[in-house]
Structures are given as structure tokens and as C-alpha cells.
Design a protein around this ligand. Structure first.
Ligand code: PGA
Length: 231
């Protein structure tokens, strides 16, 4: 598998700022190697804008669209929820599910995450399931066994999200064993203060299949600099 680097923009920018972001990103991304898959996860109101830009312009051939969340329900009367049916036509490849900010601020449970995973898979969207060490087993256990194997799992230690300190390579690799014992031999990525100054031995480790990037995705130059360092 190519290394997968996901830009999780969270709720940070407005349309005009994303327009500038994409202009700058486009200028530098051609130099990023073909061994990298890039996923951009904008806020939902900007999804169409991103989708059009990814189609129209000369982007890196491996640049894909992701959503930051998904409804746990199929189409129906669920005011405010955005489900897979609403995403048809946008070519969404990945869904970030169960992020700690969703679990903390929106009270999402492992059961909710499992429903979201089922919805994503039913629409051929690959779930990127975020877990801490404590959430790993409860989340895997809430999933249908056949769904577990079809996820990408992101280890996201809360104490390293948005704090500027990355977890150690040893802990990231040790947690991979825990995650793969629970989910099976799925792709394993890390998120938590990954930046262009993250230690090289983390960025180039072949046992880490990619990175979920929050803060350092907000400046396109930082994000491109990070992409260029990944092997
Ligand atoms: P961060 O966010 O890179 O700002 O730590 C990571 C995440 O929330 O996935």
C-alpha cells in the first residue's frame, strides 16, 4: 500500500482560505512522489468545491477526497445528518470516523462508530477509524468481524493531538500490535502532532502506513514539506 497522508482540516477555514490553500498546494504537489496517497478532508460545505478542484486541475494523481464524519444512519429523517446517499457524486474515498473530538464533544460511542463504519463500507468509502489505546478493543468489538478487516485504523493518542509533541516511535509501533490483535492485519496509521519536524525515523518507518495530520495541514507549505519527507 502507498503511504496515506490525510489532511484533517477540522472546522478551521472559510472558502476563500481554502481557495488559496489549494492554489499553493497545487503549485508544490507535483514534486511529491507517487508512493504517497493524499486525502483532503474539508468541512462538508466545502466538499463540492474541493471535489471540483480535484477533478478540474492538474493535481497529484493520488489526491483523494475524505469526509471528517458520516451519519450512522442510512437515508431518512435524520435532521442535520449527512449520510452516504448525500455524498453520492463527490467521489469521496475515505471517511475519518470516531475521532477523539467526535467522541469527546459529540459523545460518540463505539456503537455509533460501528454504525458509521457499516454505512461507509456500504457505499465503498474506506473507514479510517481513530482509536486511543483504551478505545481500541471496545471499538473493534462493536464492529461486525467482516467490517473490522476493511478498515484503516489510526492510532490517535489524545495527549499528543494538537499538543505539538509526537508520540515516540517505540510506542507507535507497540500500539500497532494492540491494534492489529483487535482488528486484524489492517493498515495502521498514526495521528498526533505530526509535522515537518517530526523525527525522521517515524516519518520513514515502513511499519507505519501513513499519518493523520491536523494542525500541520493548515499551512499548505508545512503540509507539502511534510509530504516530501515521507518515504
Ligand atoms: P494534530 O491533529 O496533527 O493537530 O495533532 C491530529 C488529529 O486530530 O488527527
Amino acid at each position: 500500500m502507498n503511504k496515506l497522508i490525510i489532511a484533517n482540516f477540522k472546522s478551521n477555514k472559510n472558502r476563500q482560505e481554502y481557495e488559496h490553500w489549494l492554489d499553493d498546494f497545487e503549485k508544490g504537489v507535483a514534486k511529491v512522489g507517487a508512493h504517497i496517497d493524499i486525502a483532503l478532508a474539508p468541512p462538508l460545505p466545502d466538499l463540492m468545491f474541493f471535489s471540483n478542484r480535484l477533478c478540474d486541475k492538474q493535481m497529484h494523481p493520488h489526491t483523494f477526497l475524505a469526509v471528517q464524519d458520516l451519519s450512522p444512519f442510512s437515508a431518512g429523517s435524520y435532521t442535520g445528518a449527512v449520510g452516504t446517499r448525500n455524498l453520492e457524486g463527490f467521489d469521496v474515498k475515505y471517511a475519518i470516523l470516531g475521532h477523539s473530538e467526535r467522541r469527546t464533544y459529540f459523545h460518540e460511542t463505539a456503537h455509533d462508530v460501528a454504525n458509521k463504519v457499516r454505512e461507509a463500507l456500504s457505499a465503498s468509502i474506506t473507514p479510517i477509524v481513530c482509536v486511543t489505546k483504551d478505545e481500541c478493543n471496545p471499538t473493534a468489538n462493536a464492529l461486525e468481524p467482516r467490517d473490522r478487516k476493511r478498515c484503516i485504523v489510526a492510532f490517535e493518542p489524545i495527549e499528543h493531538i494538537g499538543t505539538g509533541t509526537t508520540d515516540t516511535r517505540e510506542d507507535i509501533l507497540k500500539t500497532k500490535e494492540l491494534v492489529q490483535a483487535a482488528f486484524g492485519p489492517i493498515p495502521y496509521i498514526y495521528g498526533g502532532s505530526v509535522s515537518p519536524s517530526t523525527e525522521e525515523n517515524i516519518l520513514i518507518d515502513p511499519a507505519i502506513d501513513g499519518f493523520l495530520v491536523g494542525h500541520s495541514s493548515l499551512d499548505p507549505h508545512d503540509f507539502l514539506s511534510l509530504l516530501r519527507q515521507i518515504r
